[in-house]
Design a protein around this ligand. Structure first.
Ligand SMILES: Cc1ncc(COP(=O)(O)O)c(C=O)c1O
Length: 495
């Protein structure tokens, strides 16, 4: 190559790669100039070792790797083969990563000698197989509907380790909880107190309960705010007397066995201070009630919300760090007031299944809007991942069949649904994408499949678990027949 053309080429490559960070640009450039070699920066996340801090540009999660064919592998299984066998879109869960995350929470409590329950918040992804995996890891689960409860029970999940949440549990759902003798109901509001009193008395059946409080700490990512009065549809306010009233109604009830309190302060939280502050506020209240009534709370549930890495901007902490700091805060407060250390329960959802999940799509059509953007379209979209449209959530992605190819283009990845906002990733650097390529979007394991819909009558994807070189279908792909199985033919207007 002549020097001038090399220079022009270099400048144009730099320009097209301007979004990347400087080190990565140079790496890219070198890769381009010296013969298109590996350009991914493989930095597998390992929260137990590196505190969850992700790599910079391309980040592989858990057991993800690249094989000799340049294909993405997960759990030792070639994703291209998974795509061929099960079709796309396909959710692939790295079971080893799920286990690692679960153990990160469970083992830290054990190490600290603190009685605890780590309850998987199954709204993040609910299926028979994930409840069974949670059981294998000794987790409890939290459910928020009769449907999640039914699925957990179908999975054979021990009912005594199921906690039932929700701000408008129906009578049927409460009966279902009593029938199956679940471990605990987390009461949300005054109407529910009435309902539960009535139902438990009628059945003459005891039930352990916590009640949910809003401690006036709201946390999201790196920020948290403390408010005198929390504006939330959930729970009893701690500062305006509602929590005291709930306590008065529940304390010493014949059938409802009050064990303690619950709070959940937000999602994608990347620091521990907000949890510590919430713990302090709730333990202070427990101490106050103990002094005035002698009631001894035995459970403090601090909810979920532990952050995960979707993109390089996210800097999650290791489960152990969250748990250690929580324990410190609870111990300090309990000691100060001379009350017994309660069991500490937590409810991680996203942080157990989020980065364990990858979605595989097949690339179809493409469209160039000159000087604006290049679109590629995939065979799924907001029907299997609503989060970009709903929250402007950001994801990273790669061509799973071309992991070693140079990143040559910037694409916006569009879904196939009839909404202009149906875009999964904007400005994604990829190798040149062609029809039939396999696009992997990372970190889709939480609130992806569980929020999936049949909008446009699109069938929901299949779900596969992988581990140690093996793969197993755990949720079948919906069929066209499934899509009409609840429909009934019209009889009105038939003359
Ligand atoms: C009460 C409660 N617990 C746990 C969770 C799980 O949160 P995350 O998935 O962010 O850990 C949620 C999420 O909405 C929740 O509302």
């Amino acid at each position: 190559m002549k020097f001038e053309s090399l220079l022009a080429y270099t400048v144009s490559r730099l320009f097209s790669l301007y979004k990347n960070k400087s080190g990565y640009i140079i790496k890219q450039l070198l890769a381009q100039l010296v013969g298109y070699d590996t350009v991914w920066n493989i930095e597998n996340s390992d929260h137990s070792k590196n505190g969850g801090l992700g790599g910079n540009d391309m980040h592989l999660y858990g057991t993800q790797s690249i094989n000799e064919l340049g294909h993405l592998t997960i759990g030792g299984v070639d994703t291209v083969e998974l795509g061929k066998q099960y079709g796309t879109p396909l959710f692939v869960y790295d079971l080893a990563l799920f286990r690692e995350r679960a153990r990160g929470f469970v083992d830290t409590f054990k190490k600290e000698g603190v009685k605890a329950q780590v309850a998987y918040a199954s709204k993040a992804f609910s299926s028979v197989a994930i409840y069974q995996a949670a059981a294998q890891e000794g987790l409890s689960v939290d459910v928020v509907s009769g449907g999640e409860l039914y699925t957990a029970l179908k999975a054979g999940f021990p009912s005594a380790k199921i906690h039932f949440h929700g701000n408008n549990k129906s009578i049927e759902e409460i009966e279902q909880a009593f029938d199956s003798k679940i471990g605990c109901i987390v009461i949300d509001n005054f109407y529910e107190i009435e309902l539960l009193k009535e139902i438990s008395a009628k059945r003459k059946q005891k039930m352990d309960v916590l009640f949910r409080v809003t401690p006036g700490v709201e946390a999201h990512t790196h920020d948290f705010i403390t408010t005198g009065q929390a504006d939330s549809k959930f729970g009893f306010d701690l500062s305006n007397g509602q929590a005291d009233e709930a306590f008065r109604l529940l304390f010493e009830d014949e059938y409802l066995q009050l064990k303690g309190m619950h709070c959940h302060i937000g999602s994608q939280i990347f620091e521990t201070e907000a949890f510590s502050l919430a713990a302090k506020k709730v333990v202070d209240k427990m101490a106050e009630w103990q002094q005035s009534t002698g009631f001894k709370a035995t459970v403090l549930n601090l909810g979920g919300g532990f952050g995960i890495r979707y993109t390089a901007e996210d800097t999650p902490l290791a489960p152990a760090v969250y748990v250690d700091d929580m324990i410190k805060a609870v111990k300090k407060e309990a000691e100060q007031f001379g009350i017994e250390l309660p069991e500490v329960w937590i409810e991680p959802g996203r942080s157990l299944v989020g980065d364990a999940g990858t979605t595989l799509y097949t690339v179809g059509s493409s469209k160039v809007v000159p000087d604006v953007r290049n679109y590629i379209a995939i065979d799924g979209g907001m029907s299997d991942n609503i989060r970009p449209a709903l929250y402007e959530a950001k994801y990273e992605g790669a061509l799973a069949n071309k992991m070693n190819a140079p990143l040559e283009e910037t694409y916006t990845v569009a879904g196939k649904l009839c909404e202009s906002g149906d875009k999964i990733i904007e400005d994604l650097q990829l190798p040149k994408a062609e029809v039939g390529d396999l696009l992997a979007t990372f970190c889709t394991g939480a609130y992806g499949y569980s929020m999936a819909s049949n909008y446009n009558r699109i069938a929901r994807p299949a779900v596969v678990f992988v581990e140690d070189g093996k793969h197993q279908l755990v949720v079948k792909r919906e069929t066209l027949e499934d899509l009409v199985k609840l429909d009934l033919p019209l009889t009105l207007g038939e003359g």
